[in-house]
Design a protein around this ligand. Structure first.
Ligand code: HAM
Length: 435
């Protein structure tokens, strides 16, 4: 009997539906954010990934599947999406059509790693790449998109860890200080780090072997060497995240495992014990020089990728079914024919905005309609009679707190969105944040 190759897995019939559901949730969110799909080959000319002699990332130096094809060409199975998409961006001159390209992709990647829970040799990524804008708001938008995927799946305990590794000038200043610092500990560095000390000292901070040792933890921090422009870029990213109520933690030691980053770097980590070491479900950052390095025009860029297996594992561990949630954001109770029509119109606005909404179409009594709202686990109930309608008002009840307010008929949608997204929203509402 021939078995599957080490580090691969089969998606069996009972499991395939979870993949389809996950992918369709992701696609819907990308549409909402106006990202367009791109599909690139699963293998590329090796030079797309093995660009630079000085590259020190494990992924590029140790983990790629490289081979010669029958025409003696050097080929590499893609270990990630970014570099291949940059190649496609340049080759197809996407920059000529649009000043900004917001792209997403889904598909298999290949890394020759030691397999363990959450780590396989063939795995799938969902990623986004934005080409053409240096604005820190785009860094924040990409993180917001990631946070929206997490919310849409109902996952809890996910943290956004954030750092800035600055622009080239800041990194050059820091590099010098870091080399001087680690030179003192040369005898204690692992062989990989000795190599990194020469080629890319920043990556020493990413060492999986020694990074908890005191001499690592006491190493100089890049934040103290950022120039003004880099500091400002990072401050703007943070402001934008705060404006969107996205929680984050700054992690001074976060540098990420790939060599192409500049400015913002981030990771989404699951805080669940069972997840073990592979608790990073997504990672990304800005890479303002990669397009130029691969032969294209200077193009500021930023992106992120999720591991889909880890996302599915996180859903499974937190008992989240990928089926449609069993609640409504709002149920409309209408009394009278005019009120029913007006409710239908407001309900439609809520639905267009992505809220789960419904109303009674069978002319049930007031009491029965309340019961239906309850059975549907509605977070809010809107009650409209002909009297309120005359004043263009509507009553809205928060079913968690039993608070009731009379608001403008036209404010139902923003009212619910604000309640759900505001920091002061009740705990169970927060669990059900808007997708
Ligand atoms: P990365 O951090 O190497 O970044 O990978 C992104 C995600 O892919 C990880 O957070 C993890 O969930 C998943 N992943 C990586 N390796 C494995 C594996 N062996 N088995 C299972 N899952 C894995 C990148 O790939 C960058 N291209 C992200 C990016 C896009 N940066 C800018 N744009």
């Amino acid at each position: 009997m021939i078995n599957k190759p080490k580090g691969t897995y089969d998606v069996l019939p009972g499991e395939a539906k979870n993949w389809v559901k996950l992918e369709s949730t992701i696609r819907r969110i990308c549409e909402i954010f106006n990202y367009k799909e791109i599909r690139t080959p699963i293998f590329e000319a090796s030079g797309v990934f093995h660009r630079d002699e000085g590259d020190t990332s494990d992924m590029v130096t140790k983990e790629t599947y490289d081979f010669k094809d029958r025409g003696n060409r050097d080929i590499t199975l893609r270990p990630e999406g970014t570099a291949g998409i940059v190649r496609a961006f340049i080759e197809n001159k996407l920059y000529a059509n649009n000043p900004i390209n917001k792209l997403f992709y889904l598909g298999p990647m290949f890394r020759y790693e030691r397999p363990q829970k959450g780590r396989t040799r063939q795995f799938s990524q969902f990623g986004v790449e934005v080409f053409g804008s240096a604005s820190p708001l785009v860094d924040a938008e990409v993180i917001a998109l990631g946070a929206t995927v997490i919310k849409a799946l109902g996952l809890k305990g996910v943290k956004v860890k954030l750092n800035s590794i600055g622009d080239s000038e800041s990194r050059a200043n820091y590099r010098q200080v870091l080399v001087e610092y680690f030179e003192q500990y040369k005898g204690e560095l692992c062989s990989d780090c000795l190599n990194r000390l020469e080629k890319n000292p920043l990556r020493i901070l990413d060492c999986k072997v020694d990074n908890q040792k005191p001499f690592f933890l006491n190493a100089p921090k890049i934040k103290d060497y950022l120039n003004e422009a880099s500091k400002q870029h990072f401050a703007e990213v943070i402001k934008a995240l705060e404006a969107m109520h996205i929680d984050y933690e700054i992690d001074d030691n976060l540098v990420r495992g790939l060599d192409y980053y500049s400015h913002t770097v981030f990771e989404l980590k699951v805080d669940v014990l069972e997840f073990g070491a592979q608790n990073v479900i997504a990672g990304g950052g800005r890479y303002d020089n990669l397009v130029k390095d691969l032969g294209g025009p200077q193009t500021p860029s930023v992106g992120m990728a999720f591991g889909l297996e880890r996302l599915l594992l996180a859903c499974e561990l937190s008992g989240k079914s990928l089926a449609r949630p069993d609640y409504l954001h709002v149920f409309f109770i209408a009394l009278g024919e005019d009120a029913r029509k007006a409710s239908l119109a407001q309900m439609n606005i809520c639905r267009l905005g992505g809220l789960y909404a419904d109303m009674d179409f069978l002319g049930h009594s007031l009491k029965a309609q309340f019961k239906i709202a309850d059975n549907n686990r509605a977070m809010f109930t809107c009650i409209l009679g002909d009297d309120e309608l005359k004043d263009f008002k509507i009553n809205i009840k928060n079913n968690e707190t039993d608070e009731q307010e009379t608001i403008s008929l036209y404010d139902v949608y923003p009212y619910i969105i604000n309640k759900i997204n505001s920091k002061s929203a009740c705990s169970s509402c927060k669990e059900k944040e808007v997708k």
